[in-house]
Design a protein around this ligand. Structure first.
Ligand code: ASP
Length: 334
């Protein structure tokens, strides 16, 4: 009898060990994937209802939709957030509608000088370029600086010579100048105050399936700027910032204030050190801190959980977002 009992006990122990092991090791190892998401902006400023014809408004909306679609497809196919950000911004740089790449504003000397930057939140690697006059897509050059140089920021002819090493597409400066921008330049020459206060910079932030954040920004700068002036867009921490632990941010607005207030990093720092969430942190900077200095503009942001913000303190901001499995959403006004 005693032996039977000890046999039964042994069998029960063995069964419980096996079932316990089975519970701990499921056959299919499940890797947690993030729900991806993507946000774009096409600049903040005096974008009020009635300022643009319905046709023009639709042109802006369609281009933002097109850019979102390009990013969506990359992220959906398991592409990285850096790939998505670069590709989305290239679409907007190639469009004459925005103040980046083709269609950028002219300097006081009548040339186009472009600034751009990109940041990878996975390793906080970053690249920026300033004062670019002949590279068709400055965001791609910024990415080359990030991934193929030991530097973070390169400017002017040095950056363009670096671009030659990789055969990046070059264009004449006139390629960037649209008729609208030439007219704006001629008007600005005759009036002391710059009338068009729509900024028109473009930017993108993304979260990919692997939970990696990235941000990028590209611009011609402020209209009427002095040649040689560099704004916040190529400055990491001011116009662009990404860190997987906090958020990814791309800014648009009056660059000098965004540099002085280190806007993009400030939002990340409020999250990191003060424990604010993305909405609280970005509202704090865009809606409370900057207006006290009469600093106008806005940002787009995304955090590691896919929460999205798009605050601005101007009349409007061209903006849009899309989340995995959902429809895109594009808007201009408040
Ligand atoms: N932030 C840009 C700059 O100051 C301008 C813009 O956002 O449109 O260069």
């Amino acid at each position: 009898m005693k032996t039977i009992i000890s046999y039964l006990t042994l069998i029960i122990i063995l069964i419980s060990i096996i079932s316990c092991k089975d519970n701990k090791q499921p056959n299919n190892k499940t890797i947690q994937k993030s729900k991806f998401a993507l946000v774009v902006h096409g600049g903040a400023g005096s974008i009020t209802k009635g300022k643009y014809s319905i046709e023009k408004e639709n042109e802006y909306k369609n281009k933002l939709e097109e850019a979102l679609k390009v990013g969506y497809e990359i992220l959906n196919a398991n592409g990285s957030s850096v790939d998505a950000v670069e590709s989305v911004i290239r679409v907007l740089e190639d469009s004459p509608l925005f103040n980046s790449g083709k269609g950028a504003v002219l300097t006081d000397l009548g040339d186009v000088e472009l600034d751009a930057s990109i940041m990878d939140g996975k390793n906080i690697n970053a690249g920026g370029v300033a004062g670019i006059k002949h590279i068709k897509n400055p965001i791609t050059l910024a990415r080359f600086v990030m991934e193929h140089s030991p530097h973070v920021l390169m400017f002017g002819s040095g950056a363009e010579t670096f671009a030659d090493e990789f055969g990046l597409q070059k264009v004449d400066n006139n390629y960037f100048k649209t008729e609208e921008r030439i007219n704006q330049f001629n008007k600005n020459k005759t009036s002391a105050k710059i009338k068009d206060s729509k900024f028109g910079t473009v930017g993108c932030v993304a979260l990919d399936k692997n939970g990696n954040l990235a941000a990028g920004t590209s611009t011609g700068g402020m209209s009427g700027k002095k040649f040689g002036r560099v704004g916040d867009s190529p400055i990491i921490g001011a116009g662009t910032y990404a860190n997987n632990n906090t958020c990814a941010i791309s800014a648009t607005g009056h660059g000098e204030y965004f540099i002085r207030n280190v806007v993009a990093y400030d939002i990340s720092a409020l999250m990191e050190y003060k424990g604010l969430n993305l909405k609280e942190a970005s509202d704090q900077v865009i809606k409370y801190k900057l207006p006290k200095q009469n600093a106008s503009g806005g940002i787009i942001g995304i955090d590691k959980n896919g929460n999205i913000v798009m605050p601005f303190n101007t009349d409007g901001m061209f903006r849009g977002f899309i989340k995995e499995g959902e429809k895109s959403n594009v808007s201009n006004y408040k």
